[in-house]
Design a binder for this molecule. Structure first.
Ligand code: NAG
Ligand code: NAG
Length: 286
């Protein structure tokens, strides 16, 4: 079901818990018709490799939750509602129909660039892989801080395009969000508040990357601070959402965990709503 609400100021859905707990945030919300304009640029199409660059310490379980998530986007056999059906909404964007698959991974467990990363560090990490049609995702551990990140947002994406114009690499610097106290009714579906928060950010960034890879695809507002496919729907997770309430989600009867999407390997995820170009509204899975 649709919701036309969006948050005017906050652009990070990783702030989900903070949004829920802060009663003053309602004042920031503007209710407006939601239209993401198409700016006539190229969208990412076809098979896209998602390379994962892990910076800092992650446990193997944390890494598998994220790898399974990316693979879930192309795993139609999962029961509905599924992460694959969520990703299918990106096919409604003009010129875009992409299938993501996890490609290479590299682990920087040695913190060789330190624990405070600046833009040039992110670029150096992002250029680790130079594959055609790839998205390089940099995931930073909790004890790493990134210049300017997680003050107003916890993730961004950009692109590099060498002179021949053929190579397309989008990069997604990415930061594990700081979380406030986790209170009912939303309980992290994979039992890891940090990583489940990262999934929300990663989902947001991947959808934004394929539908607005070079800042001339689909977005609303200024190109420098665009609201994209999912960031335009911040705070909406299920039907009936309103500012401060994420909407209806499914609840795992044994663990009490909140989720709205099934994925590969029996995993469950909590995915944010995505703007649907056919209805001009934020579309939710449940
Ligand atoms: C994507 O990969 C699948 C399976 O490997 C292949 O069947 C399909 O033709 C590829 N699509 C494109 C657009 O390259
Ligand atoms: C740190 O790890 C990366 C990735 O495994 C490796 O390429 C690099 O050489 C290592 N640096 C040091 C100083 O050990």
């Amino acid at each position: 079901m649709a919701s036309n609400y969006r948050l005017a100021i906050l652009s990070s859905s990783a702030l989900l818990v903070l949004l829920l707990l802060d009663p003053t945030l309602g004042a920031l919300v503007q209710q407006q018709p939601l239209l993401l304009k198409y700016h006539n640029g190229e969208l990412l199409k076809g098979n896209i490799t998602v390379n994962l660059i892990w910076y800092g310490s992650f446990t193997p379980i944390q890494r598998s939750i994220i790898v399974d998530f990316v693979n879930s986007l192309g795993f139609p056999r999962a029961p509905l509602p599924s992460a694959a059906s969520w990703w299918k909404t990106t096919e409604k964007y003009k010129g875009g129909s992409s299938a993501l698959v996890v490609g290479k991974q590299v682990l920087y467990e040695n913190y060789s660039l330190g624990k405070f990363l600046r833009g040039r560090h992110l670029l150096a990490l992002a250029s680790k892989f130079n594959d055609l049609d790839s998205i390089n995702v940099i995931l930073t551990a909790k004890d790493v801080s990134v210049d300017g990140f997680c003050m107003s947002r916890c993730g961004t994406h950009g692109s590099t395009r060498p002179e021949n114009g053929k190579r397309r690499t989008a990069y997604v610097p990415f930061h594990q969000p700081m979380y406030g106290p986790q209170t009912p009714p939303l309980i992290a579906p994979n039992g890891d508040v940090g990583v489940d928060g990262m999934i929300i950010n990663l989902a947001t960034l991947l959808a934004g990357t394929v539908t607005n890879p070079f800042n001339n695809g689909y977005f609303q507002g200024p190109a420098t601070a665009p609201l994209e496919a999912v960031s335009a729907c911040t705070g909406v997770f299920g039907s009936g959402a309103y500012p401060g309430y994420p909407g209806r989600v499914l609840v795992d009867k044994t663990t009490g965990a909140s989720y709205n999407a099934n994925g590969a390997n029996g995993r469950r995820y909590l995915l944010p709503a995505m703007w649907d170009p056919q209805t001009s509204a934020c579309s939710t899975l449940v």
